[in-house]
Design a binder for this molecule. Structure first.
Ligand code: ADP
Ligand code: MG
Length: 334
């Protein structure tokens, strides 16, 4: 059996079987945005890791070293905030080809350093090796209060589904970087490429949502909305229905999609790396949640509901289509 036959999720399931039982302090192991470890009766330790590989996740042809470093830390911070947590300490492992100019690595670290400063993260160690292409792997810890942590597994039928902001901008940005020349507006180019190259984690939204305590499940949108909803569905044992017309699509993505004959909804629903949050709210707490966020300058976008089972997207004419996680699967073929 090849890895491409079973995909990324199948591979992780296979590997899990080789590992021993977790220690008692492990509240949540594999299967959420971060691991959750018990410190004491009030506090939890969060832990996550993410790797970026040159030629797979980024290219120095279009990304500046500063941007790669900034993104490498931000994608990890996004996983911590997807649990309602606060990032704290990071270690950084890099693999770098021997001929690399030291200025490039300095740029990478300036990007990491600037985001560490912005989000109050201390870098406390790492590892440096020679490698055929540049690789950067960050492990990030965080903290959350026991009563405020938000898992993927708490969604219940009837819960409303929200996202924190517009989607598809990052995929459109990547499309533009790889196929330039279809956009005449510099401000759109600037916005969508920035969304792809240096996504900003939804730190404030996460803090507010964990404080209000009405959120039943949450995920950050790293692999595409369809994929993240699928993960919530799997972890919570529920289905969902999403209204395509309600999904907030980035304006620039719509312009570019129109220019190149693509459907911006595909970028918004299946495209990855927007790093907005998708979450569910108990149906009796919807108004309270929407008002609370609105009054703090963070509008929410309602996109559908949690159901008993099956994942469907409903178009403007009311047609229901089942959907599957078509987001970025690292080992799928095509
Ligand atoms: P996310 O999209 O939030 O970054 P992933 O889809 O990368 O999460 O991973 C899904 C789950 O599987 C996470 O809990 C992650 O920690 C775990 N996981 C991923 N790869 C491995 C691996 N090689 N070994 C053990 N656990 C893994
Ligand atoms: Mg995640």
């Amino acid at each position: 059996m090849k890895i491409s036959d079973i995909g990324e999720f199948g591979l992780i399931e296979l590997l899990k079987k080789e590992l021993p039982e977790n220690l008692p302090a492990v509240v949540k192991g594999i299967g959420d945005d971060t691991a959750v470890l018990k410190i004491n009766n009030d506090q939890l330790q969060l832990m996550t890791t993410d790797m970026l590989v040159e030629g797979v996740h980024f290219s120095f042809d279009y990304a500046k070293p500063w941007q790669v470093g900034a993104k490498a830390l931000n994608v990890n911070i996004s996983d911590i905030v997807a649990m309602g947590g606060t990032p704290t300490f990071a270690t950084i492992a890099i693999g770098i080809p021997k001929e690399t100019d030291t200025e490039l690595v300095r740029g990478l670290y300036k990007g990491i350093g600037d985001m560490a400063c912005r989000y109050n993260v201390s870098v406390v160690g790492g590892d440096t090796v020679s490698a055929p292409v540049s690789v950067i792997n960050i492990t990030l810890m965080g903290v959350a209060e026991v009563s405020k942590v938000i898992y993927r597994s708490g969604a219940k039928p009837g819960d409303a589904i929200f996202v924190t902001g517009s989607l598809g901008g990052s995929s459109a940005g990547l499309y533009h970087l790889q196929n330039p020349g279809y956009l005449s507006h510099d401000d759109i180019v600037q916005e969508i490429t920035e969304l792809h190259l240096v996504p900003l984690p939804r730190v404030i939204e996460s803090k507010l949502l964990s404080e209000i305590g009405t959120v039943t499940s949450m995920n950050d949108i790293s692999d595409g909305l369809a994929s993240e909803l699928y993960e919530i569905g799997q972890a919570s044992g529920v289905g969902c229905q999403v209204y395509s017309e309600k999904i907030p699509i980035n304006q620039g993505a719509q312009t570019l999609a129109g220019n190149v004959g693509k459907d911006a909804l595909d970028w918004a629903f299946y495209g990855g790396e927007d790093f907005q949050l998708v979450f569910t709210v108990n149906k009796d707490k919807v108004d309270q949640t929407v008002q609370y966020m609105k009054s703090r300058g963070k509008p929410l976008f309602y996109i559908g509901e949690i159901t008993e089972k099956s994942m469907v997207i409903i178009d403007s004419k009311g047609n229901k289509q089942p959907f599957h996680p078509k987001g970025y699967d690292h080992f799928s073929q095509g």
